[in-house]
Each structure stands twice: as C-alpha cells, then as structure tokens.
Design a protein around this ligand. Sequence first.
Ligand SMILES: [Zn+2]
Length: 365
Amino acid sequence: MRAALTLVALAAPFVPAASTNYSHHHRPASAVRLVVVHETEGSFGATISWFRNRRAHAAANYVVGRDGRIVQMVPDSVVAWHAGNAYVNAHSIGIEHEGYTGVEGTLTDAEYRSSARLVAALLKRYRLPADRGHVIGHDEVPDPYHRGAFGGFAHHTDPGRFWDWPRYMSYVRDYRAGVTPPPRPLDVTIPGLTLDQTVTGLVAWNAATTGEAVSHVDFAVDGIVRASVTAAPYTWGWDASLETNGRHVLSARAVGVDGRTALATVVVDSQTPPAPPPVVTLPELPPLGGVVAITPLLSGGPVARVELWIDGVVTQTATAAPWTLTWDTSTIPPGPHTLAIRAVGPRGRSTAAITQVTVPEPAQP
Ligand SMILES: [Zn+2]
C-alpha cells in the first residue's frame, strides 16, 4: 500500500477523505511540482468531517490544526481536489490550515512549525527548492477560465494577508536544512479555547506568553479592547451573557517590554441564555417645575441604559450608574403628561415603569 508507506515517512495519521473527493488516478512523483497553502475557515474537526462527506467534491492532502496536529486525508500519489484548477491539482500537494483567512491571529506558531516541517519533508522527497515558486497560496493559483483572476475558478482568497509568509518560509528552509527554527522572541496563545468553540456565561480566558518579559496583555472582543492585564497570570473573565449570542472574535495581544507584540485570536460561538431584564421602580418624584433629577431604583438583571420617556418620546438616556435622568419641565406645556422610565439590559430585554404627572403653571413673576 503506497499510501501507508507515505504515512510512515511523515508520521501523520491517515484519515481518508471520501472517495468522491479526489481523483483515483495514480501520478508519478515527477508530477508533483508545488505545495498549495490553504486556510480552512472553520475548525480542524469540521474540516476533516467535510472532506469525509461525499458531497464535498473537494479535499486536501493534509489538514494541519492550530495545536500542530496533522492528518493526511488523500495520498500524495493521487490528485486531491483543492485548488480549483485541474492543472495545479495534478501537480501539487494541498495543505489546509485551521484558521480564518479574514481574522488576524487565528493561525498559531505551532501550526506554522508543524506545517513547515511537513512541507520541508515533501520538498525534499520531490526534490523541489524551498522557495515561493514552489510553495504558493491558494490565492496565487490562476483561475483556469479567466486570465488575470486567481484563487482557482471560485476565486478563493486563502491564506490571505494575515498568513505570515516570511515566518513560514524561514521555518520551511530551516527544517529543509535539518535545523529546528529558534523560538519566537515573543509569542502568545489562548490555550483554553479552540476555534469555533461554543461558550456560555462567564468565559475564563487565559493568555499564555513565551519569550521575553511582557509589559501587558490586551484582551479584545470583536476588535475592541476590554481589559489590559499587567501581571501574570494574564487572565480575564469575559461575560458572554452581556453580549449577543453568536460569533465573537476573542483576541489577546501581548506587548513585550521592548514594544514588540504578538497576537492570538480565537473565534467562538456564544450560546448563552439571556440574563433576566433589569427591573425599574419609580422613586418618589420631586416637586415638578424647572429642571428635576430622577434617579430610578433598579434591580434584576444587568443594566445597559435607562431612558426617560415623556408622552411617548425618549427625552434623555443615561448610560452609566447612578442612572440619574434630568428633565427640564419648562420645555413642555403645563398640565398632565405621561412619564415613563425604561431600563434596558445589555441584550435588549427591558422593563418600564409608567406614571401620570402634572406639570404646574410656572410661578408668576
Ligand atoms: Zn483554499
């Protein structure tokens, strides 16, 4: 079994793709001229499942995980359908990498190293040089039908601008030369969370750094820094109950004492039941006239904002404790009016308290 021999050479477990997802024609070793780098746009497990699905009509020869795991899914000696270009498929090995092309930091250093070691072994076996002429991105594969277009016929953009080609190719050259590349001067990972993991409630989020001393680690959700931690352990609790359910991008940026930075990102899926809404109770209102301040009494779930409604129109919004609302009663005619205070939770659930008030005639001078 040729495939089995291949496995032993690279020590990657073989998890076969569905037989509908590649060509079964054997190719000579001399046909292999290229390695094509891809990015999965989903988790390692989901990618393997997809390539094992008979409806995919696509597969890569290898899949590399963010933790450095490798599985082989199509033998090197047959043609995997990965590049959207039959000629390129026939002459290449396709390698998928767990990550998101459009999200900076989802690829890990362990993943780059593991893939580079694999590619170095392949280049050696096929007697190819370790250069960018022989290791290309899917986004550099010509569209076979449209001159000047790339990414195969479907114009895929992986691995994209966040793929660190200088780092990757230096690792490939080092492994090709039989040298283990030195560790990064500064690196950061998020060891407790995996790509596309489902999370609920309070997510304890740890950033592990290696290399030089760290000045601080910034924790960002969907691109906005929420916390900056200045001492190890670099951990922050993210309360998913305060956010919309669905996809969120969690990033940890380590800043070294010399200003050097390293970034780690995971994409997670929050499926957190909503917190109960805040409950608002009207305080005893001050005598109306001129500008009055009203501080509502709040209980129940967390509060994002409190609104003052006069006759069905929002006239003021408070976005921070103590949630005091001010109302200039001289701006409306004297007489009866409807006053409501609405408290809104972070995910939009709200309650309101409503009362009728009478604004007196202004005092005569
Ligand atoms: Zn691709």
